[in-house]
Design a protein. Structure first.
Length: 223
């Protein structure tokens, strides 16, 4: 039980550090604040790579249920394709061609949340994604951000545990290897049963005779 206390303490410290890191990562997401009824523009924060002919730009909104799923808003095939709303999307969204931002008109409380802008890259290049948070101040706070913090913290915690487990495995393997190496260095006295027999020398025979059982002696008593 005593040996488990340091491990438990280390796990709690690791979890706390992961939560702090998760909140730090989420704090880096730009936030736009507005009031109900406003028209607001959300910038695409994905990092453009110069010279890459991106194939399409897509916008998503992160939904709290189920499990922070993405709901597609619109998609445009680049460079000259039309902007199309995803199936089932009944919210009016306009894509601004200059920088791929979106315009949301007449904000409502349901518009609060986390938005994702994604750039689809050609083969050999990496897709880019940016996040931006919209907060409608005269509405109840959205819990999506807390869900993102929790999920990010859990991912970081799981990755940290894997790293710790890998370090423990490496150290254990190293110690076992050293132990076996030291064991191999220990001299061993081996008895070879199939070794050829040597003829006994005279001194060996004398030694056997001297150490052997004593012969019985008889004493004669005269009456």
């Amino acid at each position: 039980m005593t040996a488990s206390h340091p491990l438990l303490l280390a796990s709690l410290l690791l979890l706390s550090a992961c939560v702090v890191m998760g909140r730090t990562l989420v704090a880096d997401i730009p936030e736009v604040t507005a009031l109900s009824g406003w028209n607001i523009t959300l910038q695409c924060t994905a990092e453009f790579k110069q010279g890459v002919p991106y194939l399409a730009v897509s916008w998503y909104k992160v939904e709290e249920s189920p499990s922070l799923s993405r709901r597609g808003l619109l998609r445009k095939e680049l460079p000259d394709g039309p902007a199309r709303l995803y199936e089932g999307m009944d919210r009016e969204v306009e894509l601004l061609d200059e920088d791929y931002s979106i315009l949301l008109s007449s904000l409502t409380c349901s518009d609060s949340g986390l938005y994702l802008c994604q750039l689809a890259a050609p083969v050999g290049e990496q897709n880019k994604e940016g996040r931006i948070l919209l907060s409608v101040k005269d509405c109840p706070s959205d819990s999506v951000l807390e869900e993102v913090v929790r999920d990010t913290s859990l991912v970081i915690f799981a990755a940290a545990l894997l790293i710790v487990a890998l370090l423990i495995f490496i150290i254990s393997h190293y110690c076992l290897k050293n132990t076996l190496k030291e064991k191999d260095k220990t001299p061993k006295n081996e008895i070879l049963l199939d070794a050829p027999l040597k003829p006994l020398e005279k001194k060996d025979l004398m030694l056997i005779y001297t150490l052997g059982p004593k012969a019985c002696t008889m004493k004669h008593v005269c009456v």
